[in-house]
Design a protein around this ligand. Sequence first.
Ligand code: ATP
Ligand code: MG
Length: 759
Amino acid sequence: MDYLEGLNKEQRAAVEQMTGPVMIIAGAGSGKTRVITYRVAHLIRHGVDAFNILVLTFTNKAAREMRERINHLVGPDAKNIWMGTFHSVFAKLLRVEADKIGYPNNFTIYDTDDSKSVIRAILKEMSLDDKLYNANFVYNRISAAKNNLVSWQEYQQNPQIQADDFSSGRGHLGKVYENYVNRCFRAGAMDFDDLLFKTNELLKNNPDVLNKYQHKFKYLMVDEYQDTNFSQYLIVKKLAAVNENICVVGDDAQSIYAFRGANIQNILNFEKDYPELKVFKLEQNYRSTQNIVNVANSIIANNKEQLKKHVFSEKESGDKIKVVRAFSDNEEGKMVSESIMQERSSKGLKWNDFAILYRTNAQSRSMEEGLRKLNIPYKIYGGLSFYQRKEIKDLIAYFRLTFNPNDEEALKRVINYPKRGIGDTTVDRIILAADKHNLTPFEVILNAGQYLEKAPASLHSFSTMIQSFQVITKNQSAYDAALHIAQHSGLLKDLYEDKSVEGLNRYENIQELLNGIKEFSEREDIEEKGLDVFMQDVALLTNDDNDKNKDADTVSLMTIHSSKGLEFPQVYVVGLEENLFPSQMSLNSRSDLEEERRLFYVAITRAEYKLTISYATSRFKFGTLISCEPSRFLDEIDAKYLELDFTARPAPSGGSSFNDERNAWSRPSTGGGDSFSRPKPASPVKTTSVLAKAHVPSPDFKPSDTSNLQVGMEVEHERFGFGKVISLEGNKPDIKATIFFKEIGQKQLLLKFAKLYIL
Ligand code: ATP
Ligand code: MG
């Protein structure tokens, strides 16, 4: 068949293996996602009903793109495939089956802010110290429990968990978890983790429902399988149990969500779960040049935990990987922007051909500044979602409340916005009364005279208003209803009266949301287009899903995490500095460091033809200028693949006082090891430079065992030279030593990584 010609032998074999359990664990760019796409098309061509296919992707965007391609291969049947992220697919399923678990079908999805707000309210009520019980911490703890399918009851009964919580002084966490679950239930709300947790619960406790979906989803496919957590693993396993037509693809070397509970064990379990498993190997990388593939391979080889696999490219060897050094983050932004400008015009490329990837969102600032100065159009992916803006959340809260008046977070958000004289004390009293009488806050408001001693009249008009919205949404189109709510809630007027630039901006955002709803209500490809349908998945949408100008020619900026699965002709990976990438948090354990390295592997393997890596030797962090050391990952790349651009000169002030460990790269090689010592800087910097101060270690330099290091001891550091220990802090194995070095001044080092010789 023609369309299978776009596949190599192994890919084709995987596509043609239509039944039974199939697993493809293969390197980046080897066509895993392509195999899934073609496999779905192949199934449909072989008479499988699109309704019987479930494809789980990593982002909504990936699902949309896949659907387009399948549509191209097999026609409009593609629209009937259930395809999307775990969260969006199972939110859809839960809406159908909600009553089985005691939820209303129009349940609200609480986003992270809502969840934390619930937690804060609970902590306050329980009078718990919000430092010890920090809301983020508590949220993560509950999230981890849910993703491991530990209910609050199990949490409270588990001796190990209880012992851990008590010993850290947080013995009430189990109770907080219980209250949180009850509070969400009362509000008819599910948080993100519930979408998976409750799906598991539903399938476990309702054999008929499980049976129904096992027969509906006769064919399952999961992309990016390496990043599934236990809860996701179990849903897939349950759904596939009858037909066992399950195909998963992934790459253990790209597992980058362990911090959120993703479990590499799921790949290993897969082999145990399905003894009949057919495993396909894909080794050829079709995305990148040989140099890029080789560098990626050499980086990942430093990880101890990995499934060995061979990846090669038959493309040209390609340009070397360029390493750019800048003396500040702003200069880094400038150099990257100039390079993009230059590459684009000399090679006749489009802005779309370029991506800038960074470890943390904060790094986008200096990049944006550089791009703006050169008038380069760009788009930031995965930033603050349109739907996360205050004014948008406010209006959406009115919608939420209209469809689900029990939604407590929505209620708290708008009960006194715009101002209508219902103060915090009144709200507190409403919630207290709700707790006492086992009602929802909205029920208390409806009967305020009965449950509250002093009920302001405005409470009555508020509840009448919400009830009038309920009538409107039943009788009018999504757009008309939304506009009505925006006007009659007073929100539009409030924003209109604010004539500041920000106020104007907010007003325009509301207009944009209303336009979006209008477009939605005029869509021809869907039947249900009420405001309630529009609202259902809003909480799961990201910035990238609201992409009005998706065809615009712009440079893409995003974190490495959100670049997974994507590809660009030219990629700039910026901020290759110790404590930034690898991140400071990762330096405490080997497994965390390995995750950072996998992240670097993901970044590198996004590039098709040209890869540029940059770092700055100083950077603003929390308002102060700090000096930075080049990332250890740079040292892990064989110099033969690299081309160094050290043309930047230190800034007239500041730059020269920084003492950057691996600026020592340009010192004459002392033999072996340091791949960066070989190439000379393109333009050597003179005496005042930091380079001149690089320390050449004594010939017999050998790092000592530092476990007995004490304040006052004299030491020699491989690169910083001679110094004296001023203080030691922290506990083993994370002791930090502050050392005063004769040549470069004070530095704080993590002992387990510092190469020190005790004199
Ligand atoms: P990642 O691990 O980054 O998710 P992947 O394994 O999913 O990568 P794909 O994105 O499916 O890889 O493929 C990488 C690129 O190679 C895509 O542009 C794809 O179209 C192309 N490609 C894959 N297989 C072939 C092939 N047999 N012939 C031509 N191009 C191919
Ligand atoms: Mg892929």
